[in-house]
Write a protein that binds this ligand. Structure first.
Ligand SMILES: *Cc1c(COP(=O)(O)O)cnc(C)c1O
Length: 379
C-alpha cells in the first residue's frame, strides 16, 4: 500500500473511534477552562512591561546549546533563583518539561537500575523510562501498598528510582508524598517528582514537598516546568550540586538541544519571582476552585476535586465528551475533551482548569451550560 494511503486509512480509523484530534485557535471572546495558566501570568501586563523595558539587552535567541555558547547570565540568574526558591543546592534549566523528563531518566537510569513508575504518570516520564536502559515496574496509581509490595519483592544491583507526578495532570490528585518518601528511605530509593502542576500552586508555590511541610533531601530530585503556572516556557531540574554537574555532562536533551533564549528565560525569571511573591493569585485561584466545586455539587454535577485547580468530569464515552465540549464551545466556553491515549480507555473526561483570571460569573455560566449539555445528550 502506498505510504500516504496507509496514513489516510489510519486517520479514518481514528475518526471512526471518535479519537480524532485537531488544533484549534480559540477566538478572543471564548472563556478558556483548559489552559494551565493557573495564575494568569502568561498575559500579565507587568511582565510585558518588564520585557519592553529590557528588550534591547535581551537576545531573542540563544544561538547554541548551553555547553557550546548558549548559556547566558539571565539563565544563570533564573537557575539561582529557582534553586533558592526550591531550597536545593543547584538547578538546571532546560528546554521543556518533556525534555527534562526524557533526558533525566535516560541520563540517570542504567541496565542495573529499576524504575518504579506510577501508572498515571505523564507521557514524558513514560518516554523517559523507555529511553533509559533500566527495568521498569509500574505500580497502581498513588497506591503506596502496591509500591511497597513491589519494592520489597525486587532485587536490584543498581539504583532504585521511584518516579511520580506531584499533581497528576489528568486527574488533579496529589501524590501521597509523605508515605512515598518513607518508602524511598526504607528501600533506599531515589525519588524523581514531577512538579509540573504543583509549581506555583502547592506549598506557597514551591511545590509538592512543601505542601506536605517537607524539604528536599539528597535522594529527591524535583522537576518542574516553566510553561504552566509560570506562564512562560522551559523547565527545571533541582537537586544536589553533584546531580546537576552530572546532568550537564550526561543529559542528552540538554547537550544536544539549543539553550532557551535569554528573552524566554527573562520572562521565566520575572514570572517565577511574581509567583513566589504574589500569594493573592493562589488565594483567588483556590477561592474560585472551591466556588465551582460547591456550585457543581448543588447542581448535581459529579465533578471530582482533590484540592487542586484541576477538576474532572468523567463521562466515559468519547462521543459524550466531544458532545459536551462542542456544546460548551457554542456558548463561548472552552473545556477540552480528554480521550485515550491521554487517559485510560472508558475514562474520557472533561478536564476543567481554573485560573486566576476567571470570575464567579464565568463559573456560573460554565455550570449552567454543563448541566444543559449533560441533560441533552442521548447517545
Ligand atoms: C505538561 C507536563 C510536562 C511537560 O512539560 P512541558 O514543559 O510542557 O514540556 C511534564 N510533566 C507533566 C506532569 C506535565 O503535566
Amino acid at each position: 500500500m502506498d505510504f500516504l494511503e496507509k496514513l489516510k486509512k489510519e486517520l479514518k480509523e481514528i475518526k471512526n473511534k471518535n479519537l480524532y484530534r485537531e488544533r484549534v485557535i480559540l477566538p478572543e471572546d471564548v472563556i478558556d477552562f483548559s489552559s494551565n495558566d493557573y495564575l494568569g501570568l502568561k498575559d500579565d501586563l507587568e511582565t510585558k512591561k518588564a520585557v519592553c523595558e529590557n528588550i534591547s539587552r535581551l537576545s531573542v535567541g540563544s544561538g547554541a546549546s548551553a555547553l557550546i555558547s548558549g548559556y547566558t547570565q539571565v539563565q544563570r540568574e533564573l537557575e539561582e533563583f529557582i534553586a533558592h526558591f526550591k531550597k536545593t543546592e543547584s538547578c538546571l534549566v532546560v528546554g521543556s518539561g518533556y525534555l527534562a523528563n526524557t533526558g533525566l531518566l535516560q541520563a540517570l537510569a542504567t541496565e542495573e537500575d529499576i524504575i518504579f513508575s506510577d501508572q498515571l504518570n505523564h507521557a514524558s516520564i513514560i518516554d523517559g523510562v523507555r529511553l533509559s536502559k533500566a527495568k521498569k515496574i509500574i505500580y497502581r496509581h498513588n497506591n503506596m501498598n502496591d509500591l511497597e509490595d513491589k519494592l520489597k519483592k525486587t532485587n536490584c544491583r543498581g539504583t532504585k528510582f521511584i518516579v511520580t507526578d506531584g499533581v497528576f495532570s489528568m486527574e488533579g490528585d496529589i501524590v501521597n508524598y509523605r508515605e512515598l518518601k518513607t518508602l524511598a528511605d526504607r528501600y533506599r530509593a531515589v525519588i524523581i517528582i514531577d512538579d509540573a502542576h504543583s509549581t506555583g500552586i502547592l506549598g506557597g508555590g514551591r511545590g509538592t514537598l512543601f505542601h506536605f511541610g517537607m524539604e528536599p533531601e539528597g535522594n529527591v530530585i524535583q522537576v518542574g516546568t516553566l510553561s504552566k503556572a509560570a506562564g512562560s516556557y522551559g523547565a527545571f531540574i533541582c537537586g544536589s550540586k553533584t546531580l546537576i554537574e552530572y546532568l550537564i555532562n550526561r543529559m542528552r536533551t540538554q547537550i544536544f538541544s539549543t539553550a532557551l533564549s535569554p528573552l524566554q528565560n527573562f520572562v521565566s525569571l520575572v514570572n517565577m519571582k511574581k509567583l513566589s511573591q504574589e500569594a493573592f493569585r493562589r488565594e483567588k485561584l483556590f477561592r474560585l476552585t472551591r466556588f465551582l466545586v460547591k456550585k457543581a455539587k448543588d447542581a448535581g454535577i459529579p465533578i471530582r476535586y482533590y484540592g487542586t485547580p484541576i477538576l474532572t468530569l468523567i463521562v466515559e464515552e468519547e462521543k459524550k465528551a466531544l458532545f459536551v465540549r462542542d456544546y460548551l464551545l457554542k456558548n463561548r466556553l472552552f473545556v477540552q475533551a480528554i480521550r485515550p491515549p491521554t487517559v485510560p480507555k472508558k475514562s474520557s473526561r472533561l478536564r476543567i482548569t481554573i485560573s486566576y483570571k476567571h470570575t464567579e460569573n464565568d463559573i456560573n455560566l460554565l455550570l449552567k451550560c454543563l448541566k444543559t449539555a449533560l441533560e441533552s445528550y442521548h447517545g
